[in-house]
Ligand binder design. Structure first.
Ligand SMILES: CC(C)(COP(=O)(O)OP(=O)(O)OC[C@H]1O[C@@H](n2cnc3c(N)ncnc32)[C@H](O)[C@@H]1OP(=O)(O)O)[C@@H](O)C(=O)NCCC(=O)NCCS
Length: 168
């Protein structure tokens, strides 16, 4: 899996990527809206292992986001299988290093991931689940063309479910 956008490459994580990912996932600003809170280096290694397990099991998962101009790993973005309201769903997710926020990069990464999900993986729809207070993430979902669908309780947290249907 290799996706290229104007400014980014999305590729599968490798175990060694924990080195650039750990400083991102230990940052409270990045993990403010997360089910886990900040991650230690070993928890980041486990997270990457879980991404790799998803590639093996489903053929997709959360991918490393690389800034082309510097070859720097600036976060992750991709599609995961999550149980939402007792159903396995495909969910878009993203998390980027704060120095790179506000430049449209999450939207650029997520739209490439969604296009891949619809065209290559043939998903009929993709969901986004977000806490209402996470305004930047809600805005990204809206910019992707997602529509608010319903509320849910996800791992004991009230979340909003957004949905984008494949147009084909
Ligand atoms: C959510 C996140 C990935 C967005 O990344 P990004 O690259 O800055 O996103 P974009 O630049 O594509 O778009 C962000 C949008 O939110 C808006 N925004 C940013 N902060 C905001 C805030 N505090 N309140 C309202 N809007 C905000 C921006 O103005 C922009 O909208 P615009 O293009 O209409 O101006 C990034 O903030 C992040 O990593 N957050 C922490 C992790 C996280 O919460 N992930 C989502 C879990 S559901």
């Amino acid at each position: 899996m290799w996706l290229e956008t104007q400014r980014l490459v999305l590729r599968e994580f490798q175990p060694a990527d924990w080195q650039p990912l750990a400083p991102i996932l230990v940052n409270p600003q990045v993990m403010k809206f997360s089910l886990t809170g900040i991650l230690s280096a070993s928890q980041t290694q486990e997270k990457i292992e879980s991404f790799i397990t998803s590639y093996k099991k489903f053929g997709f998962g959360k991918w490393a986001v690389i800034l082309k101009e510097s070859n720097e790993l600036i976060g992750y973005c991709g599609i995961a299988v999550e149980q939402i309201d007792n159903k396995d769903e495909t969910e878009i997710g993203y998390r980027l290093e704060p120095n790179f926020w506000g430049k449209g990069l999450a939207t650029e990464a997520a739209s490439a991931a969604i296009q891949y999900g619809f065209e290559q993986l043939k998903f009929p729809y993709i969901l986004g689940i977000v806490e209402r207070a996470n305004t930047a993430s809600v805005r990204v979902l809206e910019k992707l063309g997602m529509r608010y669908e319903r509320k849910t309780i996800f791992h004991n947290v009230e979340m909003d479910v957004y949905r984008l249907n494949c147009k084909n």
